[in-house]
Design a protein around this ligand. Structure first.
Ligand SMILES: O=c1ccn([C@@H]2O[C@H](COP(=O)(O)OP(=O)(O)O[C@H]3O[C@H](CO)[C@@H](O)[C@H](O)[C@H]3O)[C@@H](O)[C@H]2O)c(=O)[nH]1
Length: 490
């Protein structure tokens, strides 16, 4: 590929939840005959290369991960960053600025697709006169709610006097959120000082600086909020999703097939094959959330008491970084160790009612398996889109970031989820009791409400299929996008 001939350069944040939809978008643009370059660090590139189809024409370009004192070598994705090292990680991303500048200057693409981070990227693209497409990898509903909070909180409230239920102005309909579900930067708003949230939430500058916004959703699911974002920012906002991995398998994940997991992908699927249709409660909180030992005890007891089949992917904390699976298990209370033994490792039998997998599981295949009856989920947007693609109902257990907003969309607007009741132990720290896990697991598999949620989930699945096939709303938007980018190249 001639370097002077690049249509678009895509630069996602170093996080799998962002890299995956960015790569899918790049493949779809490349299949529409655009020359696409995908920029990431060596480890992420290595993994993407191993998953890339033989005929993929998306070019992967590596930039070195800057070495920052305090950040261990090889940490190139947020999933591997312990909370206490987050600032070092973001510092490393900031230090990529010279490499990114060098790439943009050398390749001179006509367009760049930017993510929420790094914050300097739109400035750089503006300076180089490159057309800026901002790809927001979360849904339109949660973006709209976050923007409303961003604008209104410092006008209306002080961090000390936040009401228990906060109304969100400026939206197409009346929406409110519990104070405990607000992102920490919003909870710290200072009345009369917009910078009290701006300093912490600079991402919203991207909406001002970009030329257009893409949202990983489909129009029919979030039409009201897609239109709302368009009129709020006064620029095109196009839905192009759901973009989910094409042949999603395990990440890189012990077994030879899946070295990051206590079971191989095929062992997980074999176990699912032994279960009745729509009978299994699948528990997985994405790539970043690790439960406390106490919370794990409640989940374990609730799942057992429910009498339902379950597949639980347990994530060990990132801290300490060098703790292996065996040390993690031996650090747990003895009742949990015994539980894990019963449903995993030595205690596991092919006909066990539950399967506990330490590490990564092949989520999209699990969601697509006929035995899967529901997903206990943090409501990360990628998992949400994957479930919508498979018609699986949800038990919504949000933790942080956009999760509470996505949960609200799923429960209140789309009717495909039941919210798990969380009790606030202390400021922002929640616990879900075993009785609640038991209730929710029974409801989703056996209850009338579970059936109704499944019916709605299947309708959404059909909607998603219509949107992404030829002539559908997302398909047409991708065609329009390819034409637009090509017009910038001429
Ligand atoms: O055992 C596992 C765990 C995860 N996954 C995959 O990993 C991705 C997880 O993505 P997501 O559900 O979005 O969770 P996070 O990685 O936690 O998501 C981050 O990124 C999302 C998109 O920006 C945000 O919505 C979330 O708030 C943020 O936590 C999905 O594709 C899953 O299929 C697996 O395949 N196997």
């Amino acid at each position: 590929m001639a370097e002077g001939n690049i249509d678009v350069v895509a630069i996602p944040m170093l996080s799998q939840g962002h890299i995956i939809p960015f790569m899918r978008l790049c493949e779809l643009l490349s299949s529409r005959n655009l020359n696409v370059v995908f920029v990431t660090t060596p480890r992420n590139a290595e993994r993407l290369r191993s998953e890339q189809a033989d005929d993929s024409r998306v070019r992967l370009l590596e930039i070195p991960m800057p070495s920052v004192p305090g950040l261990p070598d090889g940490v190139e994705s947020t999933e591997r960053v312990p909370n206490r090292l987050e600032n070092f990680f973001f510092q490393a991303m900031e230090e990529m600025q010279p490499s990114m500048r060098e790439i943009l200057v050398r390749l001179r693409p006509s367009s760049v697709i930017v993510d929420l981070w790094p914050i300097f990227l739109p400035d750089l693209a503006t300076e180089l006169n490159i057309y800026i497409v901002f790809f927001a990898v979360i849904g339109a509903y949660s973006q709209s709610l976050a923007y409303s909070l961003f604008i209104s909180l410092p006008l209306l409230h002080n961090h000390g006097d936040l009401p228990k239920v906060v109304n969100l102005p400026g939206l197409p309909k009346a929406i409110s959120m519990r104070d405990c579900d607000l992102l920490p930067p919003f909870r710290e708003a200072v009345k009369g000082d917009p910078d009290s949230v701006k300093a912490l939430f600079t991402a919203f500058r991207h909406y001002d600086q970009c030329n257009m916004v893409l949202v990983n959703t489909f129009y029919e699911m979030e039409a009201e909020m897609v239109d709302h974002l368009g009129s709020t920012f006064g620029k095109p906002v196009w839905s192009i999703g759901p973009l989910v991995p094409k042949n999603a398998t395990s990440s890189s994940s012990g077994t030879a097939e899946n070295p990051n997991s206590s079971f191989s992908d095929s062992e997980c699927l074999k176990w699912l094959n032994s279960r009745e249709p729509e009978s299994v409660v699948y528990v997985n909180f994405g790539s970043q959330i690790a439960l406390s030992a106490h919370q794990m005890q409640e989940v374990a007891a609730g799942l057992e008491a429910s009498g339902q089949s379950f597949l639980w992917a347990v994530k060990k904390p990132n801290d300490p970084e060098d703790m292996d699976g065996a040390s993690f298990i031996s650090s747990l209370p003895v009742d949990l160790q015994a539980f894990i033994q019963r449903y995993s490792g030595a205690g596991y039998r092919a006909d066990s009612r539950g399967l506990v997998v330490l590490g990564w599981v092949p989520q999209s295949q699990i969601l697509g398996h006929p035995a899967t009856g529901g997903h206990v989920s943090h409501c990360g947007w990628n998992s949400t889109l994957e479930r919508i693609g498979q018609g699986v109902p949800i038990l919504a257990w949000p933790f942080r970031h956009d999760h509470p907003c996505e949960a609200k969309l799923l429960v209140e607007e789309l009717g495909v989820a039941e919210e798990i009741r969380r009790e606030e132990k202390e400021n922002g720290v929640f616990v879900v009791k075993r009785e609640e896990v038991e209730r929710a697991a029974k409801l989703i598999i056996k209850g009338e409400k579970g059936k109704e949620m499944r019916r709605r989930a299947l309708q959404l699945k059909e909607g998603a299929e219509r949107a992404t096939r030829q002539g559908g709303s997302s398909f047409k938007n991708l065609d329009r996008l390819a034409l637009l980018i090509r017009s910038k190249s001429n």
